[in-house]
Design a protein around this ligand. Structure first.
Ligand SMILES: *Cc1c(COP(=O)(O)O)cnc(C)c1O
Length: 393
């Protein structure tokens, strides 16, 4: 009898090495030593989902009609809530019938998006440092990735004029993400106008990831890509309840914008999944249209944390880019260190988990990312521990 061999596909074999494996392994070792670990590594809110949303899930879960397969494009009630949210928040009109599709979290939609538009040999333009899903999903669809560096001197916006025109001509999709993970940067209307011009010139679909649009500071609410003139002619926006309402575990988001683009992603999805539990969609509608004081409270909590960490690190000697939005701090480390050695130092010597910036792309070298996902006393403790390392700048 011949030996049974499990042979993964090329697409699995070609996955980039998991850059956080070293940190994960080290974390386990440090934990075993009994060290009290402060984890600033993962972008997952530590706060609970607001009670009125949970209550709605409870009620909706008892309706028999919600126990069957949901509709593919999503419950109309939820898509209408998304359209109302866009009207209230961005003064943008969406047709809930054709311009919104529910997603099993925005990650699901982003990951399937290239299957709708990318053929082998096509390019996608992808920001780096950035959310890893844009590049992996492009490659899973057989496409090539052209990275757009996000540099501090450009306020972490991609320089579209640096994209070679032969690459632009072969590109089908451009991914952008503001407020940005991992840099915490926001985009301006002028930048979006530039993206729209570029998209029209080269016939490239714009895919804007707006997962952090409500996680902002100092009362300065970021604009939506879709509210900018011309955006609806060239693109879509991915959005999520995960960060705004502390609902990462619920798996619900949406895509909105150009109807043919939304429709093409819907076509892929009808062949892959069968929608989101309708009770979760009812609760999602409640999140979007119910009392929004929970969002303000969330913003206040993160703002206090951001200010504590910024002030503490600046006193030690770090130059901190105070984020305008998101719960990430993108911090420049001393020149004599690499991102991964510095992350290892913080873990080994201070019991603090951070993410090395190069894990998000090569332009992330020289930075670490800290997520504001622990309470303020723990952040103060983290600052004290870092201080005791006597880092030289
Ligand atoms: C967290 C996050 C998302 C949201 O993911 P969900 O699948 O909706 O939970 C999307 N994009 C970025 C950049 C994120 O950081």
């Amino acid at each position: 009898m011949s030996k049974f061999v499990v042979e993964p596909s090329q697409r699995i074999k070609n996955l980039p090495p998991y850059l956080f494996a070293k940190i994960d392994k080290m974390k386990e070792e440090v934990k075993k030593r009994g060290v009290d670990i402060i984890s600033l590594g993962i972008g997952d809110p530590d706060l609970p989902t607001p009670p009125h949303i949970i209550k709605k899930l409870h009620e909706a879960s008892q309706k028999v009609e919600n126990h069957q397969y949901p509709s593919y494009e999503g419950l109309f009630l939820f898509r209408k809530a998304v359209a109302d949210f866009y009207k209230n928040r961005f003064n943008t009109t969406l047709d809930p019938e054709t311009e919104v599709v529910s997603l099993i979290g925005s990650k699901e939609g982003i990951a399937h998006f290239p299957l709708a538009f990318i053929d082998p040999g096509d390019y996608a333009l992808v920001p780096e440092p950035g959310y890893p899903v844009y590049a992996v999903a492009t490659r899973f669809a057989g496409g090539n990735v052209h990275y757009m560096p996000l540099l501090e001197r450009n306020k972490f916006l991609p320089d579209l004029s640096a994209i070679p025109s032969d690459i632009a001509k072969k590109s089908k999709v451009i991914f952008i993400n503001y407020p940005n993970n991992p840099t915490g940067a926001t985009a301006t209307k002028d930048f979006y106008l530039e993206v729209i011009d570029f998209a029209k010139k080269y016939n490239i679909i714009v895919c804007h990831d707006a997962a952090y649009s409500e996680m902002f500071y100092d009362g300065k609410a970021p604009i939506s890509f879709l509210e900018v003139k011309g955006a609806m002619e060239v693109g879509v926006e991915f959005h999520s309840l995960s960060k705004t309402y502390n609902m990462t575990g619920w798996r619900i988001g949406w895509v909105a914008g150009h109807r043919e683009i939304v429709g093409a992603l819907g076509k892929i999805k009808t062949n892959i999944d069968s929608g989101i539990f309708q009770a979760i969609q009812e609760a999602g509608a409640e999140a979007l249209l119910g009392d929004q004081s929970c969002v303000k409270e969330m913003q206040n909590i993160y703002q206090e944390r951001r200010d504590i960490l910024t002030e503490g690190l600046e006193k030690i000697g770090f130059k901190v880019n105070k984020p305008a939005a998101t719960f990430y701090m993108w911090i420049r480390i001393p020149d004599s260190w690499t991102s991964s050695d510095f992350a290892a130092l913080l873990l080994e010597k201070a019991g603090i988990v951070v993410t090395p910036g190069n894990g998000f792309g090569e332009s992330g070298e020289g930075y670490i990312r800290m997520a504001l996902t622990v309470d303020k006393d723990r952040l103060k403790e983290a600052v004290e521990r870092i201080k005791s390392l006597n880092i030289k700048f």
